[in-house]
Ligand binder design. Structure first.
Ligand code: SF4
Ligand code: SF3
Length: 551
C-alpha cells in the first residue's frame, strides 16, 4: 500500500505516505490496494469514454459510475474491501461495454492499451497480486518524484471534482461536459504522462471544470431545497427519540425527514450537514430539531454519546467504535465492514432503530447559532456591505474555509478567527468552521461578523460572492480587501484549490501543512505562478493580509 492523498498522511524517516499495513485514517492495506485497482479500471473506462464523448455518443451510465467509483476512494469514505471487489467487477463490465461501443463505431481501430486492456482477477487474493503496478508511485524510478507528484495532484483534484459532481448528479444535475472532462483526465492519467506543462494544464482544466460542477451542485441544492436563508439553528438537544445525520448529502437527509414524518423522532445534523437547516424545503420539516456535535475528527466521542442511530451520507467516516457500531449506518459511497448500508434510500430500519433507542432524556438549555449566508443572502445585503467598506467601517474580509482535522497546527484557524480585528468580516465554509462557529463574533456595521456560507460543497457560493464584490468595486478579486485562508484535509479541498488557481485567485494561504505529494519543485511553481502561501502564525498572517490590502 502507498497513499499520500490527505493531509494526515504518515510522516516517517523514509518520507511522507501511509505505506505500512494501515493508513492513519484506518484504511487497511488490502482496501488501499483495491482502491488503486478500481482507479486503474476507471482510467480504462475513461480511455473509451473520452472517445465516445468526442464522437457525441457518451455512455451516461458509465459517466455516473465513474463519479461514484472515484468518490468511494476519497479519504474517510469507504473502508469495505468486499465492496471494492464488487466495484472492480462492475468497473470491468462497464469497461467492456464502452469498449464494445467504441469498437462497433470504429471497426478495425487498433485496441487501446494500458488500463483499457487490463483484466482484473475475480477474487480478492488474485486482485491483491495485481495491485502493485496500479499504485500512484508505480514507475517513480523512471519518471521521478515531481512527475508522480503532479500526476497525484491531477488524480486527487479529479477525485474531488467527481465527488462534487456525484452530489449534483444524485439530484439530477449533470452535463455531458462534466462527463467528458472527467473522462479526459482519466484518459490522460492512463497514458502515464510525463510532460510537466501537460499535467499542469490538466490540473487547471480540472479547476475550471470543478467551478462548473460546483455551479451545477449549487443549482441542484437550491433548485431542490430552495435558496438558503439566514437561520438560527439550535445546537442543543431536546428531549426525545433522535437520529443523527452526518456527511454532506442533502438528499439522504431529506429522505430521512420524510421517513420520520408523523413520528416524534427528532433529526439532528452533524458536521457538514449543518447548512441543511438554512434550506427552506428542509427546515420546513418539524422533525429537523437542530445540530449536534462538531467536525468529523470528534465523531468517535460525539457518536458514542448520541442516544440514537447515526447515518453517514458521505465523508468523513472514521472507525466506528464498539459503543455505537451496531447503531451507525452508511449510505451512498460510504462503507465500513460490518456496518449496515442503506443502498436504496429506504430509511425505515433507521427509524426502527431510533424508536428502540432511548433518545435524549431531557432538553438542554437552548443555544443557537446563525447560519445561512450563501451567495443570495450575502448579495441580498450587498449594498450594506459595499457602504460599510466605503465608509471604512469594514476594513477587510477573511474567508476562513475548508476542512477540519486532528493536526494540532489547526489551532491556527481558531486563533485566526479570534484575533481578526473587529472591523473585519469572517466568511466561512466547510467543516473547519467548527473551531470557531459556536462563539459569538459580534456585529460590524449592522452585519454579523461571522457569515457561514455553508458546506465545502458551497465554495461556489463563496467564489460567486467574491466575484460580485469585485464587480461592485470595479476591481479584480485579487484587488479586493479579501484574504483566503484555506484549510485542506482531503481531495474535495484539492479540487477547490485548483478552482481558485484556475480562476487566477492569488495569495491563498494554505495549511495546516502543504500536501505531501507536492514536491519542493511543485511548491515552487505554486508559489511563483499563483502566489500560494503556506500559513505561518495567525498574528503574522493577519498583519500581512491587512498590510497587503493597505499597500
Ligand atoms: Fe493515509 Fe490519508 Fe491515504 Fe488514509 S487517506 S491512507 S490517512 S494518506
Ligand atoms: Fe470536512 Fe471531511 Fe473536508 Fe466538507 S467533512 S470539508 S474534511
Amino acid at each position: 500500500m502507498f497513499c499520500y492523498q490527505c493531509e494526515q498522511t504518515a510522516h516517517t524517516d523514509s518520507g511522507a505516505g501511509c505505506a505500512t499495513s494501515k493508513g492513519v485514517c484506518g484504511k487497511d492495506e488490502a482496501t488501499a490496494d483495491l482502491q488503486d485497482l478500481l482507479i486503474h479500471l476507471l482510467k480504462g473506462i475513461g480511455q473509451y469514454s473520452t472517445r465516445l464523448h468526442a464522437a457525441g455518443t457518451p455512455d451516461a451510465a458509465a459517466d455516473h459510475f465513474i463519479l461514484f467509483g472515484l468518490f468511494t476512494t476519497l479519504t474517510n469514505v469507504n473502508f469495505n474491501r468486499a465492496r471494492f471487489v464488487e466495484l472492480i467487477a462492475e468497473a470491468a463490465r462497464i469497461r467492456d461495454r464502452v469498449r464494445a461501443a467504441y469498437e462497433a463505431a470504429n471497426p478495425g481501430a487498433p485496441p487501446l492499451g494500458g488500463p483499457a486492456a487490463f483484466t482484473p482477477a475475480t477474487d480478492l487474493a488474485g486482485l491483491l497480486k495485481q495491485a502493485s503496478p496500479a499504485s500512484v508511485r508505480a514507475g517513480i524510478e523512471l519518471v521521478g518524484e515531481d512527475v508522480i507528484g503532479l500526476r497525484s495532484l491531477v488524480l486527487y483534484g479529479l477525485k474531488g471534482v467527481a465527488a462534487y459532481a456525484h452530489h449534483a448528479d444524485v439530484l439530477g444535475q449533470t452535463s455531458p461536459e462534466v462527463g467528458a472532462g472527467i473522462a479526459h483526465a482519466l484518459d490522460l492519467l492512463a497514458s502515464d504522462p510525463t510532460d510537466v506543462p501537460v499535467l499542469l494544464n490538466e490540473a487547471l482544466a480540472l479547476g475550471h471544470l470543478n467551478f462548473k460542477v460546483m455551479g451545477l451542485l449549487d443549482a441542484a441544492n437550491t433548485g431542490t431545497y430552495g435558496t438558503p436563508q439566514p437561520t438560527n439553528v439550535k445546537v442543543t438537544p431536546v428531549a426525545g427519540k433522535a437520529i443523527l445525520v452526518s456527511g454532506h448529502d442533502l438528499k439522504d437527509l431529506h429522505a430521512i425527514l420524510e421517513a420520520v414524518k408523523g413520528t416524534d423522532i427528532n433529526v439532528y445534523t452533524h458536521g457538514e450537514l449543518l447548512p441543511a437547516h438554512s434550506y427552506p424545503n428542509l427546515k420546513a420539516y418539524p422533525n429537523l430539531a437542530g445540530n449536534y456535535g462538531t467536525a468529523w475528527q470528534n465523531q468517535q466521542l460525539e457518536f458514542a454519546a448520541f442516544p440514537g442511530p447515526i447515518v453517514m451520507t458521505s465523508n468523513c467516516l472514521i472507525e466506528p467504535q464498539p459503543a455505537y457500531r451496531n447503531r451507525i449506518f452508511t449510505a451512498g459511497p460510504v462503507g465500513w465492514p460490518g456496518v449496515r448500508h442503506i443502498a436504496n434510500g429506504d430509511y425505515s430500519q433507521v427509524v426502527q432503530a431510533a424508536q428502540a433507542l432511548p433518545g435524549f432524556p431531557e432538553t438542554a438549555p437552548e443555544k443557537t447559532i446563525l447560519i445561512g449566508f450563501g451567495k443570495d443572502a450575502v448579495l441580498g445585503v450587498a449594498g450594506k456591505v459595499i457602504d460599510a467598506v466605503k465608509s471604512g467601517a469594514v476594513k477587510h474580509f477573511f474567508l476562513i474555509g475548508g476542512c477540519d482535522g486532528a493536526a494540532p497546527g489547526r489551532n491556527y484557524y481558531t486563533d485566526f478567527a479570534e484575533k481578526a480585528p473587529q472591523d473585519t468580516i469572517l466568511l466561512t465554509l466547510g467543516c473547519g468552521k467548527f473551531r470557531f462557529n459556536m462563539e459569538d463574533h459580534g456585529t460590524v456595521a449592522g452585519l454579523p461578523r461571522l457569515l457561514d456560507v455553508g458546506q465545502c460543497n458551497d465554495s461556489y457560493s463563496a467564489i460567486h460572492i467574491a466575484l460580485a464584490l469585485a464587480n461592485a468595486f470595479e476591481c479584480g478579486v485579487n484587488d479586493l480587501p479579501l484574504s483566503l485562508i484555506v484549510s485542506w484535509f482531503e481531495q474535495k479541498a484539492a479540487a477547490v484549490l485548483l478552482t481558485l488557481l484556475a480562476l487566477g485567485v492569488r495569495n491563498v494561504r494554505l495549511g495546516p501543512t502543504l500536501p505531501a505529494f507536492l514536491t519542493p519543485a511543485l511548491v515552487g511553481v505554486l508559489v511563483e505562478k499563483f502566489g500560494v502561501l503556506p500559513i505561518t502564525t495567525a498574528e503574522a498572517d493577519i498583519a500581512a493580509s491587512l498590510n497587503r490590502a493597505a499597500a
